[in-house]
Design a protein around this ligand. Structure first.
Ligand code: ATP
Length: 211
């Protein structure tokens, strides 16, 4: 199956675009949701995280205190690497399982940090939702009520707009109305259906009856 990796900076419009694909009947897998699931209480990943970072990384109810963990790894690349070594293989294994269970021409995997995690090889095509940084800031401010400083810090920690554009196979410019965003999504949907159909024709038969 054709796998589209949907990515973009904070507030660029990824979730909105994913919703539009979903309305067109395309299966959507959210890597952030999978990332939360792999660290639920009782999971191997949470056990390893606790062994590495200490029990103070947990909430009193045994769930992961994400804010505290973020605080530890935010400026410490070695600690960030240790965390990624624990969670990334599990996230990608889970994503692969979910994709294998799908029956569709193509699917969209929303991976906000696709570039930052260096996993672009996981997908067949990278779709970047691009937005002027001023729009990202004002949307996130309106939605989450974060201060300009908090938003700037998050944007600094993410890949630069130009490096995201450099890895894009397909691009959605979210610098207009929601109606325009929907239109671009629908056009891409037709494009992906054509690509998936063409790939189907050239794919070798899995079970060739002559053998
Ligand atoms: P995050 O990375 O923070 O999860 P995101 O990239 O998924 O964000 P969305 O949640 O889709 O972004 O969009 C952020 C906010 O901006 C939402 O409230 C959404 O409705 C709004 N928004 C997105 N695009 C537009 C647009 N073109 N016009 C008006 N509002 C928009």
């Amino acid at each position: 199956m054709l796998i589209i990796g949907l990515t973009g900076g904070i507030g660029s419009g990824k979730s909105t675009v994913a919703d539009y694909f979903g309305e067109l009947g395309v299966p959507i897998i959210d890597a952030d949701a999978v990332a939360r699931e792999v660290v639920t209480p009782g999971s191997d990943a949470l056990r390893e995280i606790t062994a590495h970072f200490g029990a103070e990384i947990l909430n009193p109810d045994g769930t992961l205190n994400r804010g505290r963990l973020r605080g530890v790894v935010f400026r410490d690349t070695a600690q960030r690497g240790a965390l990624e070594k624990i969670v990334h293989p599990r996230i990608y294994a889970d994503l692969r399982r979910r994709i294998a269970a799908l029956d569709a021409a193509y699917c969209v995997v929303v991976i906000p940090l696709l570039l930052e995690t260096g996993q672009t090889g996981f997908v067949d095509r990278v779709l970047v939702v691009d937005s002027p940084e001023a729009s990202q800031r004002s949307r996130v401010q309106a939605r989450d009520g974060l201060s300009p400083e908090e938003i700037a810090a998050i944007m600094r920690s993410q890949a630069a707009r130009q490096s995201r554009l450099a890895i894009a196979d397909d691009l959605i410019n979210n610098d207009g109305s929601l109606a325009e965003l929907r239109q671009q999504t629908e056009a891409l949907h037709q494009h992906y259906l054509r690509l998936a159909a063409a790939a189907e024709k050239t794919a070798p038969l899995l079970h060739d009856p002559r053998h």
